[in-house]
Ligand binder design. Structure first.
Ligand code: PMV
Length: 362
C-alpha cells in the first residue's frame, strides 16, 4: 500500500516480529448486497461498529527478500481450520500487487473470536479487518517507516474490503459509510469512511441486542447471495433504492430523528431479505421465529411508542436497536415476549464500539 508495484524496491534487510489487532464486527443499517469486481459495491452502505463482538488476530512474521513464496500457517481458536485457512491463503495471494512483500513472508497467524463460534454471528468483517491491520503493521516494520494514522486506516479498509466487503467498515468505530455518494465528499467504493463527526448525539448510545433465532451456518453464504443479485430482476431498482436510503439515513443521522431512523433501517433489512426471495433460485434465511419477533417488535412499538426497531443480517437473527435510556423496559419486553423464539433462550447484548485496537507490537 505504501508503494505501488512497478515503482517498488523490496527492502533488502531481513526482519521478524509479532503484530496483533483486535477488530470488531459491524452491523449494516443500509445494506451492501450485490457487487462487481474487484469486490466493489453496487450501492453505498452504512453501518455501526460493535464493541463486544470482535476477532483478535496475532501474526508472527519473518521477512526475507530471498524467500520465493508466501508460507502461511493459520489456526483458529487453537485449531487448524481448512476452510478458513484456504480462504485466507487465497486472500493473501491476491494482495501481491498492493503488498509486494507478501511472497517474501513466512506467517504464523492465530485468530480467535470473542463471540461463540456457534452464535450465528458472521465473523468475516472482524476477521479480515484485524488481518488487514496486522499486514499493514508488518509492512511498516519491514520498511522501517511510519505513516499517518488516517492513511493507515484508509489502507486497512481498502485491504480488508478485498477479503470481505463489509470488513472495510470495521476499521473505524461508530457510524461508517462505504461506497461513493454525492452526500459525503471523501466517500469511495474502494474504502470506508468514518461518519462520527456527522452523527447526532441521539444515536451515540444505541444498544444492539442480537436475538439468536438460529446459530447454524446459513444455507446460502453471502458470496452466493451477492452473485445471485446479478440476475435478480429487481436488482437495479434495489441499487437505486439503497442509494436513496443512504442519502435519507445520512440526513437523519445528522438531525437525530430516531423514528425516521427506525423506519429506514427496517425498510432496508426487509428489502435485503426480499432480494433473497426474488433471486433465482429464490431462498429465505428468516425463520418463523424471526417473523414472529418482527411482528412483536412492531406491535410493542405501536402500543408503547418507544423507539425500538430491528435489523437483520443475511441470516435469521434479529438485531434489536434502541437508545440506552429504554434498556429496562426493553429488557422486560425481551424476557416476556421475545426470548421464547431464541435458540436456547440466547441473545447477545452489544453497544456501538470505538473500533479496532492494537493488541501486540514487537
Ligand atoms: O461482506 P459480505 O460479503 O459478507 O456481505 C455482507 C452482506 C450483509 O451483511 C448482508 C450486508 C452488509 O452490508 O453488511
Amino acid at each position: 500500500m505504501l508503494h505501488q508495484a512497478g515503482e517498488y524496491i523490496l527492502p533488502t534487510k531481513k526482519c521478524k516480529g509479532t503484530v496483533g489487532w483486535r477488530s470488531p464486527s459491524n452491523i449494516a443499517l443500509i445494506k451492501y448486497w450485490g457487487k462487481r469486481p474487484p469486490q466493489l459495491p453496487m450501492n453505498p452502505s452504512v453501518s455501526f461498529t460493535l464493541q463486544n463482538a470482535f476477532t483478535e488476530t496475532v501474526i508472527t512474521y519473518q521477512y526475507d527478500p530471498k524467500f520465493e513464496d508466501l508460507e502461511m500457517n493459520y489456526s483458529f481458536e487453537g485449531n487448524q481450520h481448512n476452510a478458513f485457512s484456504g480462504r485466507i491463503q487465497n486472500y493473501l495471494d491476491g494482495l501481491i500487487s498492493y503488498l509486494p512483500i507478501i511472497d517474501k513472508l513466512k506467517l504464523k497467524i492465530t485468530s480467535k473470536n470473542s463471540f461463540p463460534h456457534s452464535a450465528g454471528i458472521a465473523s468475516s468483517a472482524s476477521a479480515f479487518s484485524s488481518l488487514a491491520l496486522c499486514l499493514l503493521d508488518i509492512e511498516k516494520a519491514i520498511h522501517g517507516i511510519t505513516a499517518h494514522e488516517d492513511l493507515i486506516l484508509q489502507n486497512a479498509s481498502f485491504l480488508a474490503r478485498l477479503g470481505s466487503g463489509s470488513a472495510c467498515r470495521s476499521v473505524y468505530g461508530g457510524f461508517v459509510l462505504w461506497g461513493h455518494t454525492p452526500d459525503v465528499a471523501n466517500s469511495s467504493d474502494e474504502y470506508a469512511v468514518d461518519l462520527s463527526t456527522q452523527v447526532h448525539p441521539t444515536f451515540k448510545d444505541l444498544l444492539d441486542v442480537i436475538l439468536i433465532v438460529d446459530n447454524r451456518e446459513k444455507s446460502v453464504p453471502s458470496s452466493a447471495g451477492h452473485k445471485l443479485m446479478e440476475d435478480n430482476p429487481y436488482s437495479e431498482i434495489r441499487f437505486e433504492q439503497a442509494k436513496k436510503n443512504t442519502s435519507k439515513l445520512l440526513a437523519v443521522l445528522k438531525e437525530g430523528d430516531i423514528n425516521e431512523f427506525i423506519s429506514i433501517v427496517e425498510f432496508e433489512a426487509l428489502s435485503l431479505h426480499a432480494m433473497m426471495l426474488t433471486s433465482f433460485p429464490g431462498y429465505f434465511l428468516m425463520h418463523p421465529g424471526s417473523l414472529e419477533i418482527i411482528k412483536r417488535i412492531r406491535s410493542y412499538r405501536n402500543s408503547t411508542r418507544l423507539p425500538v426497531g430491528f435489523t437483520l443480517d443475511a441470516g435469521p437473527n434479529i438485531h434489536l436497536l434502541f437508545p440506552r435510556q429504554y434498556q429496562q423496559e426493553v429488557d422486560e419486553f425481551i424476557q416476556s415476549d421475545l426470548i421464547g423464539f431464541c435458540k436456547d433462550r440466547r441473545y447477545i447484548s452489544d453497544i456501538i464500539g470505538n473500533g479496532p485496537e492494537r493488541i501486540y507490537h514487537g
